[in-house]
Design a binder for this molecule. Sequence first.
Ligand code: NAD
Ligand code: HP7
Length: 314
Amino acid sequence: SNSKNFALIGAAGYIAPRHMHAIKNLGHHLAVAYDINDSVGIIDSISPQSEFFTDFERFYDYAHRLKRDPATALDYVSICSPNYLHHPHITAGLRLGADVICEKPLVPTPELLDDLALVERETGKRVYNILQLRHHDAILALRQKVAAAPANTKFDVTLTYITSRGKWYLESWKGDPRQSFGVATNIGVHFYDMLHFVFGKLQDNVVHYSGETKAAGYLEYERARVRWFLSIDANDLPDDVKGRKTTYRSIDINGEELEFSEGFTELHKVSYEEILAGRGYGLEDARHCIETVNVIRTASCVSDGEARMHPVVA
Ligand code: NAD
Ligand code: HP7
């Protein structure tokens, strides 16, 4: 049948239910879930028959047993664990003989991406990355508009990406740079990938500010000059948004504003659909944004011409 068998790693977290729903709604089977935390009762409302383990060893042993029968063997391992565990969880999935679907950021450095390419060759299995902004209607329309514009024009872009978070964020693994790789990598990676997808190759990358809750800089692509600002601090929400909404994702192109805060909840399903149809985004698709965050993480902050600085930091 066309129904595929899935395992899910990091099943108790915030984003895991979107993966469970995508698997279920596309007619597939979540055979086994694993998380070190046992608050996974949500499984009952989506996939009540799934096996569940809190120890990696028991999960891995069970997953190996499933291989004995082609009807139960895992086709995919999906990964929703903290960022620093993606690499070991991806290699575990590949070595189990499954293709892997992993959350962003796939890995923090190009070197780790090269290592995954090696394990892909060793195992003959593939890694796919969730890069869901590439499936967002507003972004797809923008990409077409840019492709249709004269090739020698560069767009002037101001990107403001505010997803406010409470105190818990800095207390959690997301606030620990060793586990999340910092806010620009954890959250910025979405729009660096989107900018590359829309505007082509990166040519210049300058960081103006970098802190625990916000970052800003300048990126120049083949088709755009981009001043960007990213924050998880609710105080940075524009005045007309404060108290009304907690997220504000805006891209201003040559003075024309495109608000793309809405339309995110169904994008995991589309991502799964595309992967299962053989049109998923793999290691080489992820390379560009991983190179970008790797540079941003290690760059020292500089001051710059006002024209290249986001209005919030200029
Ligand atoms: P979360 O903290 O809510 O969930 C992470 C889960 O992983 C937790 O349940 C935790 O117990 C579990 N975990 C920790 N160590 C583990 C281990 N050794 N083995 C198995 N499970 C372990 O975080 P989240 O927000 O769900 O993020 C999970 C992943 O998804 C991250 O990579 C994050 O960057 C990504 N994410 C992506 C989006 C998106 O828009 N695409 C949104 C949110 C999160
Ligand atoms: N929320 C939670 O309850 N728990 C969380 O762990 C996160 C959010 P949005 P998403 O914070 O790590 C974005 O701002 O789009 C609440 C990034 N994705 O729309 O779902 C939150 O307080 C993602 O890569 O967040 O996720 C809001 O009430 C990053 O890992 C609500 O959920 C994640 O933040 C919706 O919050 C993070 C994108 O920007 C596309």
